[in-house]
Design a protein around this ligand. Structure first.
Ligand SMILES: [Zn+2]
Length: 294
């Protein structure tokens, strides 16, 4: 190897490193959505363990803190859900706040008491990601913002973001149209992660089982939900990320249909690139079956 080549090597490595942002997402659903926008083969790190689910009560591990420090571009929820991570970000890191994609007028207020570790309460429900309609907006924002911070790939980010967002909007349209004529319109949720999905497909949330993260509902609260479920002929919607016994008890007592819908708040590490879309299509099919039940 010539001296000249040796001298050039470190510089080219540096340039390559500067040219390739280390993209990371704070939470699993944002990682899955970001994977749809980046180049095939371009990695998206996840800053908390994939099995964590909503990090409402999460304390970061040492490894997770190190991953936060390594990231150069961080895709964040920005509505308090991932504050445990975002409060560690420095001005040298680019933060892409996906909640900015959702107009204020479309924010739902939260039914769950999402206090962070300082006991600070946030007003808006932060679970935008669980609705394909809102996910489409998030993806469009990612396409623009990633391109701004990684200009050499901007055209590709933008093109993929438009394609994915269009597919997600079509899925939301189909869900809305399919569910509209079905007899049941009211639902009781496991926790408020599915509130945007419910609203966006024309369903009304009449109750929430888990109003405090990590805290079981009282017998009185469960009793009240049985009355509500009967009065509204509500479908009970459970989530795979939570234990199901309260929901199944409620469904049995009220004689309500019960269905498990995955908000993609957590999931396996190794999944196909279109995992988010696949999961949402499966959710749509299960919802139709449950809302059709007499
Ligand atoms: Zn949550």
């Amino acid at each position: 190897m010539s001296m000249r080549l040796l001298l050039l090597l470190p510089l080219s490595c540096l340039l390559w490193a500067a040219d390739s942002p280390r993209i990371a997402a704070t939470i699993y659903p944002l990682q899955q959505l970001t994977r749809l926008v980046v180049e095939p083969g371009q990695s998206v790190d996840l800053l908390i363990d994939a099995a964590t689910g909503c990090p409402h009560d999460h304390a970061l591990t040492t490894a997770e803190r190190a991953a936060v420090e390594r990231a150069t571009v961080v895709i964040m929820n920005g509505e308090g859900l991932d504050a445990v991570i975002t409060r560690l970000l420095t001005p040298a890191q680019v933060a892409i706040n996906t909640s900015a994609a959702i107009p204020e007028a479309d924010h739902l207020s939260e039914t769950t008491d999402h206090a962070d570790h300082e006991g600070h309460h946030h007003g808006a429900n932060p679970h935008f990601f669980a609705s394909p309609r809102q996910a489409a907006r998030i993806v469009r924002l990612m396409g623009i913002q990633l391109g701004r911070h990684d200009p050499s790939r901007a055209v590709g980010y933008d093109r993929r973001a438009q394609e994915v967002a269009d597919r997600l909007d079509r899925l939301a349209d189909t869900m809305q149209a399919t569910l509209a004529p079905l007899p049941r319109k009211q639902v009781i949720l496991q926790h408020d992660s599915l509130a945007y999905l419910a609203r966006d497909v024309g369903l009304t949330v009449v109750g929430v089982i888990q109003t405090e993260p990590g805290q079981d509902p009282s017998a009185a609260a469960l009793g009240a939900l049985v009355t509500t479920a009967r009065a509204h002929r509500a479908v009970i919607i459970l989530e795979p990320q939570f234990p199901s016994h309260f929901g199944t008890t409620l469904a049995r007592e009220a004689g309500s249909p019960v269905v498990t819908i995955d908000p993609v708040a957590s999931g396996p590490v190794e999944v196909p690139q279109d995992y988010y879309e696949r999961t949402m299509r499966a959710n749509a099919e299960r919802l139709v079956t449950a809302l059709r039940s007499p």
